[in-house]
Design a protein around this ligand. Structure first.
Ligand SMILES: [Zn+2]
Ligand SMILES: [Zn+2]
Ligand SMILES: [Zn+2]
Length: 289
């Protein structure tokens, strides 16, 4: 046991995961045939093992949340009142109002995990949207809306803070999109799964430069992958590598679309990223903070 705080990766795919619904590409066909090849939608958890039981916060509630809570079982432990169940998390953080980041909330009501008194953190507009949503309100009625103030560090525990950063990203519901800078005693990690373009965010290099590890949007590798269509609301990995020249050692890639050749072992895309000393996140990967 580390006796400290860490971030653990609980999923690395774009919102719809792998296999992708209705897709017959070679990666999805292989994952339909062999569920061991499936990958969950992007999320992370923050764990503080300095207390017993540990504290566990999940960042984004994806359609794969049932499996993601299962990955966190060693730290959640059993619920005191219902020992056949996992203890609920200490809080849920939501980056933004897109399907893969909130789509698992429907598992948390009385038909599912039945969370009670768990804080759900997001922008005020995001929480208003969820609590006004007729389908979701009965599921969330026992949880606590916890509005976040962008740019203000929130103390989760002694020497453990989370700072919400507003980033530009496709925003149909006008709720804003957050990235999170998570800072422990020794190290910090930036979690930024979705952004439209790095050049639209004046703070991009400064915030990535501040973090020891920056887990960033790697939805699409290159224009080739998109068959000439422009990328929708995400930077290309090839652009990310050049935009962050000099800071590559911090970059770790997540939120991969099923079309991304970085998913293929030994691909040219993987070689190109490795030559830049940039890594791809994997589920279960941990960083001590
Ligand atoms: Zn997303
Ligand atoms: Zn596919
Ligand atoms: Zn998004």
């Amino acid at each position: 046991m580390s006796q400290g705080c860490f971030v653990i990766v609980t999923g690395i795919m774009q919102d719809a995961g792998l296999p992708h619904v209705g897709c017959r590409c070679h990666r999805c066909a292989a994952a339909f045939a062999n569920p061991a090849l499936a990958q969950y939608a992007a999320s992370i958890a923050i764990v503080d093992e300095r207390t017993t039981p540990a504290k566990v916060w999940l960042v984004d509630v994806t359609p794969d949340v049932r499996y993601q809570f299962n990955l966190l079982a060693p730290w959640l432990g059993r619920d005191a009142a219902r020992p056949d169940r996992l203890r609920p998390p200490d809080g849920l953080f939501l980056t933004h109002a897109h399907a893969g980041h909130v789509g698992g909330l429907n598992q948390l009501g009385p038909e599912g995990m039945f969370l009670q008194n768990v804080p759900i953190y997001g922008t005020p507009a995001m929480l208003d949207l969820l609590w006004q949503e007729k389908l979701l309100r009965p599921l969330l009625i026992n949880c606590q809306p916890a509005p976040l103030a962008p740019w203000q560090p929130l103390t989760l525990a002694p020497e453990l803070t989370l700072t919400p950063l507003l980033v530009p990203h496709r925003d149909e519901a006008q709720t804003g999109t957050l990235a999170f800078l998570i800072r422990g005693r020794e190290r910090s990690l930036l979690y930024l799964p979705d952004i439209d373009r790095w050049s639209d965010w004046p703070g991009a290099r400064e915030w990535v430069g501040q973090a020891d590890v920056a887990l960033v949007d790697a939805s699409f590798f290159s224009l080739e992958e998109l068959g000439g269509r422009p990328p929708v609301a995400h930077p290309l990995v090839t652009e990310t590598l050049s935009f962050f020249a000099g800071l590559e050692n911090r970059l770790v890639l997540t939120h991969l679309n099923h079309t991304n050749p970085l998913l293929d072992e030994g691909s040219q895309a993987q070689e190109r990223v490795a030559a830049a000393k940039v890594r791809i996140a994997y589920t279960g990967e941990k960083w001590e903070l």
